[in-house]
Unconditional design. Structure first.
Length: 299
């Protein structure tokens, strides 16, 4: 079963500086790192790689700095269409400082750089290549998110929004344009305006009531995932049991594989299971983009 539509991911492109530590640094603490790697990343780029490795047809749109221009070649080598990745000569590329502790948990400091200086005219330029039924994938690591949500919906695209990192300005976005929300517990609690320790089932119910036209997918780490849609009701997917090394790309891997399955016409339950299997492989490997499995590894 092949893909019948393409995915345009208008998303971030970052260089990740990854530091391995005994524990996440505390306020006021200085801690020596046991190792450091420099890797391609950004939620947008990671999700594009996950989608292409899952078998989808993927176009990535975004903006690099001259210091990070090499990332365009990296995505192109993956098979991603990079015609809409531009390079800014006036601002540095985005980057992230990532701490990873001995249990695989992480803490991330993000610098937007070129990702947040995209010119508005790029929206028409990119979406001119879309057709009705294509997917537009957005995160919250670039500027113009509000405008892109409206523009994607206006040209008949299906819109997936992963509001990460979550911030109060998300409530100013036209969220009625979203067809699929993919949220971790922090993002779900933020969007529902509830405490972080609120039960996922309550968050799902409240979000489904607020956004009844959208699918709501909650990723819950070791507790699996939950999905609500008007078509399927509530579906629960367990997480595959593995020993985690680095959870940095788990959510992006899940998102990419889940969307790729939707473009293949898979049932929701199948899409959840495939995404869960892919994420379980990613967390057993160090790094972000490099940890994302190829589809053949899921068999």
């Amino acid at each position: 079963m092949g893909c019948t539509m393409k995915i345009i991911n208008f998303g971030s492109l970052n260089v990740d500086y990854v530091y391995h530590l005994s524990h996440i640094v505390l306020p006021g603490e200085t801690l020596a790192s046991s190792s450091m790697q420099v890797n391609p990343g950004g939620k947008g780029a990671n999700q594009s790689v996950a989608m292409i490795r899952a078998g989808a047809t993927v176009w990535h749109a975004g903006q690099l700095g001259t210091d990070t221009e090499w990332m365009r070649d990296r995505l192109q080598k993956e098979g991603i269409d990079v015609r809409h990745i531009k390079v800014s000569g006036s601002v540095r590329g985005g980057h992230a400082i990532i701490q990873v502790d001995e249990t695989g948990q992480n803490s991330i400091v993000l610098y937007g750089g070129a990702n947040i200086t995209i010119e508005p005219e790029r929206i028409h330029e990119v979406l001119a290549d879309a057709k009705a039924g294509d997917w537009l994938v957005l995160q919250n690591e670039i500027n113009l998110t509000s405008e892109l949500l409206k523009a994607g919906k206006a040209v008949g695209m299906k819109v997936c929004f992963n509001p990460a990192p979550f911030a109060p300005e998300v409530f100013d976005y036209p969220l009625d344009c979203v067809d699929l929300f993919i949220l971790n517990e922090h993002e779900a609690a933020g969007l529902a305006k509830r405490p972080i320790d609120t039960a996922p089932e309550i968050l799902l119910d409240e979000l489904a009531e607020t956004y009844p036209e959208a699918m709501i997918c909650l990723t819950l780490g070791a507790d699996g995932s939950l999905l609500w849609s008007a078509e399927s009701g509530v579906l629960r997917q367990f997480a595959y049991s593995v020993t985690a090394v680095d959870t940095t790309a788990a959510g992006d891997t899940f998102t990419g594989y889940f969307l790729a399955e939707l473009t293949r016409g898979s049932e929701m339950k199948t899409a959840l299971d495939v995404a869960s299997r892919a994420a379980s492989i990613a967390v057993t490997r160090a790094g972000a983009m490099d940890s994302i499995p190829f589809r053949k590894e899921l068999s």
